[in-house]
Structures are given as C-alpha cells and as structure tokens.
Design a protein around this ligand. Structure first.
Ligand code: BT5
Length: 325
C-alpha cells in the first residue's frame, strides 16, 4: 500500500460526504486495485466510519466517528498558516513535550500536535493535567513568533481569547477567562493553557502553546471534582469536539495575525470583555510572594495590575489567582 493512501481516500470520501464515489474513480485516482480499496474501507469502518457500499455505484461516507483526525481537521477548516502540518496521536504522554521535540527538530511555524488522550498531561509548575481518551481537546501549537521573549505572555492571552470565543460561538455558554491561563464556566475550570518557550536573551527560538479543553467529560477525579467542569456538564448534552476545535483554530489564526501586526491592544480589548477578574478582589499566589487586592487591568506585556489595600499598584507577570468575592 502506498504511503499516505489512506489519508487520501478518507479526504476524498470526506469531501464528498453523503454522495457516492465509484470504486473505478478511486482506483484510477490512487492507482490501486479494488481489493486494496475494500481493505482500506474496512479499516476506516473499524475506526468507526459509517461507509455505505453499493455494487456498481461505489462508496458513500455517511457518518464520521468522534475522532480529531487530521483529515477531519483539514476538511472542516480553512486555515492559512495554522495546522498546515498536523501530528495526531491516539495516545501520547504530553502534546507539549512532543511539540517541543518536533520544534527542536525544525517543525515549522503553525504545526499542530493533537492527541485523543494524554497519559502525562502537564499543567504549570509540574502539575498534572487530566486528559482522558476522547473526552476533551488536548493540543499544542508550535509558533516561531517575531517578538521579544518578554512579550511571550501575549500568546497565552491570545490563546485564551480564541478559545473563549470559540466555546461561546459553538455552544452559547458564558465562558470567561481567569488570568493568566484558565477558562471558567460557572466559576469552574473548563480549560487550561500551558505556554512554554525556548529563547535566547533577546530572541525567541520557538513557543509551544498547549491547551486542554474539557469537552465531554462526564466526571473528574476526586482531587478536581469541585473545581473542574466540562462543556457537556454546562450544556446538558454532548458537544461536537471537532466543531470546537476547528472554531478555536480559526479564531486563533485570526487573532494571531492581529498579534503579528503588533496590535495587541485590540486583543486586550476582547480579553477585558471576557475576563472574570477585572474589578474583582483577587488573591495572588506567586512563586515567592502573595498579595491581595483589586484586579485593575492587564498591560501590554500581559501582566496583571493589582491595586493592593495600601493603594499601591503591583504588576504581576505569573501567578495563581483565586477570586475572593
Ligand atoms: C494549566 O495548568 O491549566 C495548564 C493546562 C494545560 C494542558 C494542556 S493539554 C495539551 C497540552 N499538553 C500538556 O501536557 N499540557 C497542555 P495549571 O494552571 O497549573 O493548572 C493545573 C491544575 O488544574 C491541576 O493542579 C489541577 O488542580 C487542575 N486540573 C488538572 N486537570 C484538569 C482538568 N482536566 N480540568 C480542570 N482542572 C484540571
């Protein structure tokens, strides 16, 4: 079997979803025998694709399984630089770790790494990110931005805005952003972002931005039961992962362009509207400090500005935030 044949067949069937493609057309297009096609159709059926076959008429793709396969992403989105290259894994340790390896080996700007399950999903500071099979969207994007290392937190903010907009657009759920890297629904965490960077003193080699979105999780392990939620729990029924994913990629690409045009203020305007921090009393726990106060704004570096009880305005670049009231 020729390399990439399966992908081409799936792409063809997807592009004509709901109508018949003749065996003759397929074998001419790919230069393979009818028996080889039959084998591949059966392979796709095993993955969960519903494919009708009618003698002398051909094959018709009726229904796709709930998988985030590259062919589905390509077929369902129209992107320029993002996801031109996609690495897909049924199961992997961490998409961020894999993306970093790929980036070190020269993977291009916009490369997408996506998995149905992570066995070693990571949060910040070595924390664990729960990523059960086929319940959420666990992905990382490799970026080679032309910005200074200190500007990299802007990417986390851009990613948060893109994800919140995508969730709101597809489900109508009131999804909010909690600085710096959480998305909340009804006060509970529905998604988290982990941005990692390889840089010299004044130039970025690459950035990997990873996001985990709980889509159809029905429950969570005890340690996060009280604090985590999923789109399904908020929406009341299953949510189409592919729709959330493709809308997120579209939003991210659009906003990333704004970022590249050095128009971060425009993204911040959207962030402010979607934030659940601003104007509220927050408690900040950083690596070596703690403080409490009112969250005033986010500045052009992505830092959170806090007015403490003494009236001083503190600038926080990275920390955990809890909402107090
Ligand atoms: C984050 O860290 O929120 C960043 C999460 C990034 C996950 C993505 S998935 C794709 C990519 N590949 C990876 O390996 N990671 C990225 P942090 O703010 O440190 O929050 C971590 C904390 O969130 C944990 O200590 C738990 O308390 C909680 N948590 C873990 N899994 C969760 C889940 N699925 N939903 C909600 N909360 C969770």
């Amino acid at each position: 079997m020729k390399d990439g044949y399966l992908n081409e067949l799936l792409l063809l069937l997807l592009s004509k979803k709901g109508s018949y493609v003749s065996g003759e057309e397929i074998s001419e297009k790919f230069g393979v025998s009818r028996t080889a096609i039959w084998k591949q159709v059966n392979h796709l059926r095993k993955l969960g694709y519903e494919i009708d076959s009618v003698p002398r008429v051909g094959y018709c793709l009726k229904k796709s399984p709930d998988l985030l396969l590259p062919e589905e992403i390509i077929q369902n989105s129209c992107l320029e630089f993002l996801a031109r290259k996609i690495y897909y894994y049924p199961s992997i340790g961490s998409t961020n770790d894999e993306a970093k390896k790929l980036a070190q080996n020269g993977a291009p700007h916009g490369t997408l790494v996506i998995a149905e399950e992570q066995t070693g999903g990571k949060g910040r500071l070595g924390r664990r990110w729960v990523s059960p099979p086929r319940e959420g969207i666990w992905l990382s994007i490799i970026l080679r931005p032309s910005m200074e290392p200190y500007e990299a937190p802007r990417i986390t903010i851009t990613c948060a805005v893109a994800a919140a907009k995508a969730i709101r657009k597809v489900t109508g759920i009131d999804c909010r952003i909690k600085w710096p890297n959480d998305l909340l629904v009804e006060g509970k965490k529905v998604a988290g972002i982990l941005t990692e960077m390889s840089a010299d003193m004044d130039s970025i080699n690459f950035v990997v931005v990873g996001i985990g979105i709980n889509v159809n999780n029905a429950d969570f392990p005890d340690e996060i039961k009280e604090t985590a939620t999923s789109l399904k729990l908020a929406y009341g029924k299953n949510v189409d992962r592919l729709k959330i994913l493709t809308e997120f990629l579209l939003q991210f690409e659009e906003l990333y362009r704004v970022l590249e045009e050095r128009n971060f203020e425009k993204i911040l305007e959207e962030w402010r509207k979607l934030s659940c921090n601003l104007g509220r009393r927050v408690r900040i726990i950083g690596k070596n400090f703690e403080l409490e106060g009112i969250a005033l704004d986010v500045d052009s570096d992505g830092a959170l500005l806090i007015k403490t009880d003494g009236g001083k305005v503190e600038r926080v670049l990275s920390a955990d935030v809890s909402l107090r009231e």
